[in-house]
Every structure is written in C-alpha cells, then in structure tokens.
Design a protein around this ligand. Structure first.
Ligand SMILES: [Zn+2]
Length: 310
C-alpha cells in the first residue's frame, strides 16, 4: 500500500440509523451488499470517553454487553441492506486458513463455526469477518453470484487464507478469477505495523516476494533522539540498526495473494486505510493496547436480485 493511502482518512457514508460505514467504490449494488464498518454509530459505551458518542463495536468482547453487540450488528445490517433483520453469519476466528461455506441457518447457530473465511451463494444473508488491525478482504464472483469474506492478519496471510478461499470458490462454485472482484478493507498500515523477525521469517518461508512487503523505519521519536542511551539495550546486537523497526505491509500482502489467485489488478479495490493512524474512525488493537472493539466487513447477495431498495 502506498503511504499516502494509509494516511488519508476515508469519508464514511452516514446511514439513516447513524452508522458510519464504507461502501466499496464502484461495486454493482444491483445484486450485491457489501461494506466495511467504522467505529462510529452504534450503542457501545465500552471503548469511548464518558462524553463521547457511543460506538459500533461488533465483536463479543469482554468489556461490552452481549446485548449491545447484537443490537449493533442489527444496526450494521440495516445500514448495509436496509433491513435490520437481514441474517448475519460470522465465524469464531483464530488466524487460520479455514474457510467454510455458509448456509442461511448458520446465522442462528449459538456457536458459530471456527474459521477465518466464509463463502456464501445464497441470497438474503450477510457473511462477515471481524477485525481491529487485521485486514478484511471481500471477494465476489459476478458471474456465479458467490461472495466471500476473509480475515487476514499476518498469521492468516502466511497460511494463505485469501488464496485458499479463492481456491475454494473455484472448487465449490466453479468461479473463474476473471469474474472476481475484491476489496481490501481497513487494517494496520505499513506506516504503523512494526513487527518482529518471526514475522519476516514467516513470510520468507512462504513468498518469493516477501522482502518487497517489508521496510525499515527509523524511529523519529524525539525522546529517543534526545536520550539515545535509554534505548540502547532494547535490541539484540546485530539484528537491526539502533532505532530501526521492521514494518510489514499487510494490505499489499493481501493484494499480492489476490493477484496470485488470478484476479485482475483493476478488479481489486483498497478501501479504508490504516486503523492505527485513524483512532477517531477505526478500532485498532495495537493502537489501544489490546482493549478495543471490533469492526466488521460484510458481504452478501441481495434478497431479490436486481431490486433496488436504497
Ligand atoms: Zn498507520
């Protein structure tokens, strides 16, 4: 991802119910529902200041009452589909490359499937993945009318969750890469995502292009410049320049997997930007020290194809 993309704050659409969300520019809404939530809108009080407006946490986090999250999810469904009762199918994510084919009945499951990707070919439901730094990826097959949502942080990327998901689309639904469109949502950008060397070796073990996804960032923190001795012992000798951190570009990593899967470059959209750079707009796990809400990327096939309800 280019740096300027990371730093530009997207302007969300404001739904009549107050939910602020990001549609995918240029996608055909005549048969498709799709979008990325922000933290704005909703009813959660768990992660905002006392005076601040309530927020749209969509994950069942320890700090937020379950009932609030359920109501937030209905608000998102309403914002994206026009109907708060549109069933929403999610998964219990664990940074795997597991992809399940969802059926409408899954929306009512008390314990959702454990997986990090969802495919669905049935109209009238949304499938969604939750993120708060990890990258959400949405894919749609325009010909077969199949949709997919994938949760792709660094662990999922190294396990090729997106390539695996598109492989399943080909296998189960006969999808052809030339018919696919994809959107990469908000995630922690290369500007902010400093990682350890285990991440680099993970990528290098999988991708010939791994090095292209990493760059060194020299810390310009004023404190470090003024008191360098304070920070001298933080890194083992020989591992990197003092004050340099290794940053990885998860957005570009996912774009590469979409390209490797055969999706044309001009069919891939990048929507959102860096979650840590925009704490007013997005939940960021790293930016908040781990105590934060979850956003959701959702996609579905409209209840009645071709109908325009918005
Ligand atoms: Zn950033």
């Amino acid at each position: 991802m280019r740096a300027e993309l990371a730093h530009t704050a997207p302007i969300p659409l404001v739904a009549p119910n107050g939910v602020r969300w990001l549609p995918v520019a240029g996608w055909d809404n005549s048969w498709l529902w799709s979008g990325f939530s922000t933290r704005l809108g909703g009813l959660s009080r768990a992660y905002c200041g006392e005076e601040a407006p309530s927020e749209l946490n969509l994950g069942f986090t320890p700090e937020d009452p379950r009932e609030t999250v359920i109501r937030n999810r209905r608000l998102l469904a309403q914002a994206v589909t026009g109907n708060p009762a549109t069933p929403l199918i999610t998964v219990r994510q664990f940074h795997s490359n597991l992809v399940v084919v969802a059926i409408p009945g899954d929306a009512a499951r008390e314990r959702p499937h454990r997986a990090d990707g969802l495919l669905c070919a049935q109209p009238g439901v949304l499938v969604g993945v939750q993120t708060a730094d990890c990258v959400p990826v949405l894919v749609a097959d325009r010909r077969q009318q199949v949709v997919g949502a994938f949760h792709a942080g660094w662990r999922g990327i190294v396990k090729r969750i997106v390539e695996n998901g598109i492989g399943r689309m080909r296998l189960e639904f006969g999808s052809r890469p030339a018919d696919l469109i994809a959107a990469i949502g908000p995630g922690i950008g290369p500007c902010c995502y400093a990682v350890g060397e285990e991440v680099l070796s993970g990528f290098e073990s999988q991708f010939a292009y791994a090095r292209e996804l990493f760059h060194e960032v020299y810390d310009s923190d004023q404190l470090r410049q003024r008191y360098p001795l304070l920070f001298m012992n933080q890194r083992a000798p020989g591992h990197a320049h003092a004050g340099a951190a290794l940053h990885v570009d998860l957005i570009e990593a996912n774009r590469r997997q979409l390209l490797e899967s055969g999706i044309p470059a001009n069919a891939i959209q990048i929507t959102g930007g860096c979650t840590q750079c925009h704490p007013d707009l997005f939940f960021s796990h790293r930016g908040s020290g781990g105590r934060t809400g979850r956003m959701m990327a959702v996609i579905g096939i409209r209840a009645s194809k071709g109908a325009t309800r918005r």
